[in-house]
Design a protein around this ligand. Structure first.
Ligand SMILES: *Cc1c(COP(=O)(O)O)cnc(C)c1O
Length: 369
């Protein structure tokens, strides 16, 4: 048996009765799409963020696509973001016909270096798209100030940061709108795909509701194009509602796992995650750094431990984005760190003996590199 960075089965065993009851509730409700569970989840998720609206959809990538479109971002517009992110951030920008513009990250927390954003703004810039990567937030004050000064919209990519806070504010409440993914591995995960956009702006929410429903204003009457069919299924919405009630326990579980790593690995020469001032980390991923990353991963494989790299290839270096015209060396910090970072197993129900197996193996490997 290999130890993986993520596994949902221990959680399913613990919550099985409730998950199956959620499925049964939906299947017996007589309504499989856009029914009570979707409405209930949207209301509860919006409330949790202290916002007026949550519009759910079928995945996080489409949450970004719909979010961009609802904020008026499209062909010819430039969107400033980072290259150290999950590729879907950039796929979504490309999907709406806009051009991603990358700024470098900070070595300390792997997040957007907001000092570089002003210089990246042009006549065509329309949107700032910070990615709250790994579970903590980008420094938002400089971004909202620049957005106000230049008339830009801000869309937060919260796919990795459900429940994270920044100077006391919850991720997803600091821009014009925010996109979430409920992909199973995420901090709040469905049993399949799911996503949502949250916003306080009524018009943006109305636009989102149309966009996810073929561009229809009312049944069978299209008022906006291009439309999408991008709905969250009732069954995932009901499961998400149940899991939302346990959300604080999941965060506590992640923090417990992180604390154990920090305690037992602090004497090694791994660079452990740093929490930036004002942030509360939810540890979607536990990302560490070492110059001999690839050797460490290879040796751990010999112990039956499979580690992950998020992300090995910065988006601007991918062949699919060659048309953007970036060269190796354009984003030096992003490129250097991509060769050194790797992720340790992280999920709330990670059994302690498995975590210790990983820690013991790491300590042994690091001592004999
Ligand atoms: C997971 C993820 C997405 C995409 O979400 P899906 O639900 O997989 O489409 C977008 N951005 C980031 C940062 C992610 O981690």
């Amino acid at each position: 048996m290999t130890t993986a960075v993520w596994d949902y089965l221990p959680e399913y065993e613990a919550e099985r009765a409730d998950i199956l009851d959620a499925v049964d509730t939906v299947f017996r409700s007589g309504r499989l799409v856009l029914g009570d569970s979707v409405q209930g989840f949207e209301r509860e998720y919006a409330e949790r963020h202290g916002l007026r609206h949550c519009v759910s959809c079928d995945n996080g990538t489409n949450a970004l696509v719909l979010g961009l479109r609802a904020l008026g971002v499209g062909r010819g517009d430039e969107v400033i973001t980072v290259s150290n992110t999950a590729a879907p951030t950039v796929v979504a920008i490309d999907q709406v016909g806009a051009t991603p513009v990358f700024v470098d990250i900070r070595a300390e927390d792997y997040l957007m270096n907001t000092d570089l954003v002003a210089a990246a703004i042009t006549e065509r810039t329309k949107c700032l798209l910070p990615v709250h990567l790994y579970g903590q937030c980008v420094d938002m004050a400089p971004l909202t100030a620049l957005a106000a000064e230049h008339g830009l919209v801000v869309l937060e990519d919260c796919a990795q940061s459900h429940g994270a806070t920044h100077h006391g504010r919850i991720a997803g409440t600091m821009g014009d709108a925010a996109a979430f993914s409920f992909y199973p591995t995420k901090v709040l995960g469905a049993y399949g795909d799911g996503g949502a956009v949250v916003t306080d702006q009524d018009e943006v929410a109305e636009s989102l509701r149309r966009l996810r429903y073929y561009g229809m204003e009312k049944q069978y009457y299209v008022t906006s194009t291009p439309g999408h069919n991008s709905r969250l299924d009732e069954v995932h919405a009901e499961i998400l509602r149940r899991k939302l009630r346990r959300f604080d326990d999941y965060l506590a579980g992640r923090r417990r796992v992180a604390a154990r790593y920090a305690e037992r690995l602090s004497d090694t020469d791994l660079v452990l995650p740093a929490i930036t001032a004002g942030n509360d980390h939810v540890y979607y991923l536990y990302v560490v750094r070492h110059p001999r990353r690839d050797e460490i991963i290879e040796r751990l494989r010999g112990y039956g431990i499979e580690l992950n790299v998020s992300y090995r290839w910065p988006v601007h270096t991918m062949s699919g984005f060659a048309h953007l015209g970036y060269q190796a060396g354009d984003l030096p910090v992003t490129e250097r760190l991509a060769d050194e970072i790797f992720s340790l197993p992280m999920y709330p129900s990670l059994p302690e003996d498995l975590q210790d197996k990983v820690i013991d193996a790491l300590i042994e490997v690091l001592a004999t590199l």
